[in-house]
Design a protein around this ligand. Sequence first.
Ligand code: ATP
Ligand code: MG
Length: 199
Amino acid sequence: MQKIGIMGGTFDPIHFGHLMTAEAVRDEFHLDKVIFIPAASPPHKLNFKLTSPLHRYNMTLLATASNPYFHVSDIELKRTGPSYTLDTIKELSNIYPQAELYFIIGADAVQGLPTWHRVDELLQLCQFIAATRQGCYPDVDAIKKHFGTAGQRIHRLNTPELEISSTNIRKRLQRGYSIRYILPEAVCNYIEKEHLYQK
Ligand code: ATP
Ligand code: MG
């Protein structure tokens, strides 16, 4: 059976934390591919000004181009309204009816999982892989327990902790600091060419 990883995020901008995590999960869980899905307007970031979806999509394409296992989908960008993961996973289960879907999230995101839109239904359609993230140490066992037997569909993976966040990258750019070596060079060049994240 085909195993597909899904890496959702705003990717504003995408960085080595996202890429390294996706690759570690792919390796460890023997995934056939990982699909990166930039979110249009995530429910938890509705009051937050994001860079245009097209720029975030382009940066995600550039960042993943050299990895044959990595793909990028625009399904969330095509929908209007808040980007609920449930809608995305439903769409993907229709496209890949035979596949096992694994949604990859960092430790900061796993904490909020019980509050996600129709999360019980979501857990029936995909499994979750909670990757380590520097500075966030949620009680994953308590979260698994919260979901009862469905909690077995939440897996944990220890990944190297890279102290990188898009928030920090945006701040560095606003202050005029270098962002080289924390995200792919092609993305750095794109940010420079398009004058993104400046004051
Ligand atoms: P922002 O600071 O704008 O929230 P971010 O760096 O947290 O950006 P997101 O696009 O919000 O990036 O994250 C998408 C997914 O990637 C989330 O599941 C998040 O937990 C995970 N993630 C982001 N950065 C890392 C990292 N350094 N290590 C592990 N997981 C990460
Ligand atoms: Mg985040």
